[in-house]
Design a protein around this ligand. Structure first.
Ligand SMILES: [Zn+2]
Ligand SMILES: [Zn+2]
Length: 62
């Protein structure tokens, strides 16, 4: 996996998780080890409508 990612190859700071941006402004990442909740380091950004924030809470429950 690591060898297939060009960003990893050059040592660029980035995350392989999906960033979840809730309509409430709450930002979470699907990767529990993620340390930088910045859209700039997330190729995958999922924007949730405010009504969908229960989904984001479920992902964090584990
Ligand atoms: Zn990578
Ligand atoms: Zn992340």
């Amino acid at each position: 996996m690591r060898g297939e990612c060009p960003d990893c190859a050059v040592g660029l700071a980035h995350c392989h998780g999906t960033l979840l941006v809730a309509g409430t402004g709450v930002v979470e990442c699907s990767d529990p080890e993620c340390e930088d909740l910045d859209e700039a380091v997330h190729p995958l950004v999922l924007r949730l409508a405010a009504a969908d924030r229960a989904t984001a809470r479920d992902r964090r429950a584990s």
